[in-house]
Design a protein around this ligand. Structure first.
Ligand SMILES: [Zn+2]
Length: 147
């Protein structure tokens, strides 16, 4: 069963691995920080936030100083989808910003209908309606049996 953890990564609970939601590429153990399995682009923050003042004239230009600020971009090593962006200090390890209890998650998800990633432009409400009512109940009759 797949657990959709973020917009760009999912967990294959059977194999306990992180996967890319765009291409299903296996990243690595779900018990680790998924960011360590991605391609990391260590960006110069001044490329992203250009100086507002002339840096030859002013020390402070409203642009982050690369000596104290780094921007990490995390990409799927297979398809290149950007999975996250992190502002940090130069040389820091990627932030382990969420850690899921895999054993508790597996127990919680047992017997549940997996959420399907329908993709862009797909009417997910149809799938939700069908999944939500797989039994006969009294309010079905109130709508003339239309569902
Ligand atoms: Zn991918």
């Amino acid at each position: 069963m797949k657990y959709l953890a973020t917009e760009y990564v999912q967990i294959d609970l059977d194999n306990e691995v992180w996967e890319c939601r765009t291409c299903d590429h296996t990243l690595g153990s779900a018990r680790e920080n998924y960011k360590i399995f991605t391609k990391i682009y260590n960006r110069n923050p001044q490329e992203i936030h250009r100086p507002k003042l002339d840096p030859t004239k002013y020390e402070f230009t409203f642009s982050p100083n690369p000596k104290v600020c780094a921007i990490y971009e995390f990409y799927c090593p297979n398809c290149g989808t950007m999975m996250d962006v992190e502002y940090t200090v130069p040389g820091a390890l990627p932030l382990h910003d969420f850690e899921l209890d895999i054993d508790a998650l597996k127990e919680k998800m047992q017997g549940r209908t997996p959420v399907v990633d329908a993709g862009e432009g797909v009417d997910t409400t149809q799938a939700l309606r069908e999944g939500a009512h797989d039994h006969s109940c009294s309010h079905d009759k109130n709508y003339g049996g239309q569902r």
